[in-house]
Design a protein around this ligand. Structure first.
Ligand SMILES: [Cu+2]
Length: 315
């Protein structure tokens, strides 16, 4: 009876987890190791978890106390204890080897990079450098990455601990002051932050009051588009630009709206409920790229659709 229930529950559990993925979109080669680890652990854990649930359900149904009575006493079963012990050790050892050791070796032994990008964590933004072009972008509004190219990020911090994390790429790496740490990623899918927020370089180490805002939208593009973007930057695109002034309506619609500010550059402005305020800011003359306007106020789902917008600045 218990065995039958166990079998049915395990089958249902495995079917649900294999049919409906709990993981967000995967967009890197290295991230496949992480997903494999999750899926394998689910596979191993499901029979164990469902055994507990099956025994629990059976126990509740069969031995439910109808009126106060003295329960039976049980003797220890050596066979059961040793079987449980043996299976647990075998499963744990298997997990240690695969996905543990095999995944670790695959991630820690990356191929030679096609592109090297330097990232510097600053409370609370990312600076991005391209050493091959001797170019640094301070607090850029977006990071373009080429699809199917091996990218090595060399990272450090100027203040406190930060951490590299692009959810679509899965891997995380600490960013440490006074040290260079590296992580290698090969993007496998095109994608943008506007379409799916898992395409963002999010600091994953609590680094102060601005930690949650310390993210940089990521766009994975074809290598040609990446090269063109880099070339545009190299022509002085980020430096010495004529500045134009633009005015933006900062009106708050209702109590939930909280406030809207420009994420980059960091020029906070707030909009109170029932009040219309205006903010002036200067924008690079030829910055036709994406500016992210984002709710800065902790007011519910402030990063979700509706509370962030794309601003296109035209010359
Ligand atoms: Cu942080």
């Amino acid at each position: 009876m218990v065995c039958g229930l166990w079998l049915v529950l395990t089958t249902i559990g495995l079917w649900v987890t294999s049919t409906y993925s709990l993981l967000p979109v995967l967009a890197s080669e290295q991230g496949a190791e992480v997903d494999y680890a999750f899926e394998t652990l689910f596979l191993y854990a499901m029979p164990v978890f469902m055994l507990v649930i099956a025994v629990l359900i059976y126990g509740i149904a069969k031995w439910r106390m109808k009126e106060p009575e003295q329960g039976d006493t049980f003797d220890n079963s050596n066979v059961f204890s040793w079987t449980w012990f043996g299976v647990s050790i075998a499963l744990a050892s298997l997990v240690f080897v695969t996905p543990g050791l095999t995944g670790f070796l695959a991630i820690r032994d990356p191929p030679e990079p096609d592109v090297v990008i330097e990232l510097t964590g600053v409370q609370w933004h990312w600076d991005v450098g391209f050493p091959n072009m001797d170019m640094t972008m301070e607090a850029p509004t977006e990071l373009l990455l080429p699809k199917d190219k091996v990218i090595r990020f060399d990272m450090t911090s100027v203040d406190v601990l930060h951490s590299f994390w692009v959810p679509a790429f899965r891997l995380k790496q600490d960013v440490i002051p006074g040290e260079i740490s590296s992580v290698t990623i090969t993007p496998t899918e095109l994608g943008t932050f506007e379409e799916d927020p898992v395409f963002r370089l999010q600091c994953a180490e609590l680094c102060g009051t601005g930690h949650a805002r310390m993210f940089l939208p990521v766009r994975v593009v074809e290598p040609e588009e990446f090269e063109a973007w880099l070339a545009g930057m190299g022509d002085g695109g980020m430096d010495g630009m004529d500045m134009t002034t633009t005015t933006m309506d900062m009106g708050g619609d209702d109590e939930d709206t909280g406030g809207m500010v420009l994420l980059q550059p960091a020029m906070p402005g707030s909009s109170e409920a029932g009040e219309v305020s205006f903010m002036e800011f200067t924008a690079p003359d030829d910055a036709t790229g994406t500016w992210v306007i984002c709710c800065f106020q902790e007011a519910g789902q402030h990063y979700e659709d509706g509370m962030r917008a794309t601003l296109i600045v035209e010359a």
